[in-house]
Ligand binder design. Structure first.
Ligand code: GAL
Length: 390
């Protein structure tokens, strides 16, 4: 690979799956690329436009190569990649480690090197690699195969592994060469799903960092129950759930940022309301997510494998700032407190924190000795703190 910085920070972009499922086509992708620029998402740091499953014909061609569906993509993938690039964005696609993808289109098993070459010729910058119809071979071997093919295909292609965290992938995925890895099953657009995925990763907090970020799945921020997959005849997904409140979407976004998860938007970015844009472009939360060290936060609770539903997390940033986040995933308002001694700041130091609350983007005064928060159900606070003299 030429670009030594590929995957250094958590990737940011948009993926077609949550909203469009199989109903994906050239126009949707182009208009989403336009929207990424016009809505300010690009300026906020989002760069990848990724087509998920269902983009190809059901059969490979006579040479065994993948063929883009000419009805969905009449201009072809190269032209589409050129369009995305002309907007100053990067282009992503999808395949699978089995002979078929999850929606039963051709997968890359035993075609890894040819397919990597095809993607490189088309101008692809990102490959999401799924785990359906997996042959009886260890996952780490299959992910290594594709990583090796991508690293030698003549183009920098970010490798987004998606084995949903099975086979303890957090233990071996980094060594395959993947720059991000899906650690969870599919997200749904409802609070139960967000809470479940979030809490499931607290015990794995340190298995994420520069060049290999734990991907807790695409963001559902701004979907409001409008996901289309449930109506999809070819693939009965389960995304069209009830939707969430804006508070829940904010907490979802803040948690993904604290965890250094990739920020892959799943809503229809051609049609976002003001609040959705505000949540997705919150520069203070994005700065935490994109901190160069991607340092794992620490969880202040007794058993990270069975986390409680309301807790503090603390993250060290590369400039010396410290982020203290209070999350309330429970269904009741909670009063929470955190002793500064427990995060490494005893009173004897003569120091205190000057705090800025990043979710509401407001000054939060000073924190000394003990922080007390009263957090509504499903809400959160994220304080970016500077050390100052008392
Ligand atoms: C699932 C994957 C989803 C989406 C879908 C496509 O396995 O977790 O994110 O890619 O396949 O069929």
């Amino acid at each position: 690979m030429e670009n030594k910085y590929l995957g250094l920070r958590a990737p940011m972009g948009w993926n077609s799956w949550n909203t469009f499922g199989e109903e994906i086509n050239e126009d949707v992708v182009k208009r989403s690329a336009d929207a990424m620029v016009e809505s300010g998402l690009k300026d906020a740091g989002y760069e990848y436009i990724v087509i998920d499953d269902c983009w190809s014909l059901r059969q490979r061609d006579e040479n065994g190569l993948l063929v883009a569906d000419p009805e969905k993509f009449p201009s072809g993938m190269k032209a589409l990649a050129d369009y995305v690039h002309s907007k100053g964005l990067k282009f992503g696609m999808y395949s699978c480690d089995g002979p078929l993808t999850c929606a039963k289109y051709p997968g890359s098993f035993d075609h890894e090197f040819d397919d990597a070459k095809t993607f490189a010729q088309w101008g692809v910058d990102f490959l999401k690699y799924d785990n359906c119809f997996k042959p009886k071979i260890d996952g780490n071997i299959l992910y290594r195969r594709m990583a090796m093919a991508l690293r030698n295909c003549g183009r920098d292609i970010l490798f987004s592994a998606c084995n949903w965290g099975v086979e303890h992938s957090e233990r071996w995925i980094n060594s395959t060469g993947a720059q991000m890895y899906r650690s969870t099953g599919d997200i749904r657009d409802d609070w139960t799903s967000i809470r479940k995925l979030a809490l499931s990763q607290i015990g794995k907090i340190t298995h994420s960092g520069p060049y290999c970020h734990n991907d807790i799945d695409m963001l559902v921020v701004g979907m409001y129950g409008k996901g289309d997959c449930i109506n999809n005849a070819a693939y009965v997904g389960d995304f069209a759930s009830s939707g969430c409140t804006d508070t829940e979407y904010r907490t979802h976004f803040a948690f993904w940022c604290m965890m250094n998860s990739p920020l892959m938007i799943g809503c229809d970015i051609r049609d976002m309301n003001e609040e959705t844009v505000k949540i997705l472009t919150n520069k203070d939360l994005i700065a935490i997510n994109q901190d160069i060290e991607s340092r794992a936060p620490f969880y202040l609770g007794s058993n990270p494998d069975e986390p409680r539903e309301y807790f503090y997390m603390v993250k060290m940033l590369s400039d010396g700032d410290i982020v203290i986040a209070a999350f309330n995933f429970s269904d009741k308002k909670r009063t929470m407190s955190l002793d500064m001694f427990d995060i490494g700041l005893p009173i004897t130091t003569g120091k205190k924190f000057k705090a800025f609350e990043c979710v509401t983007q407001t000054d939060a005064g000073f924190i000394s000795e003990v922080l007390v928060d009263s957090v509504e159900a499903h809400d959160c606070r994220v304080y970016r703190c500077k050390l100052v003299d008392r």
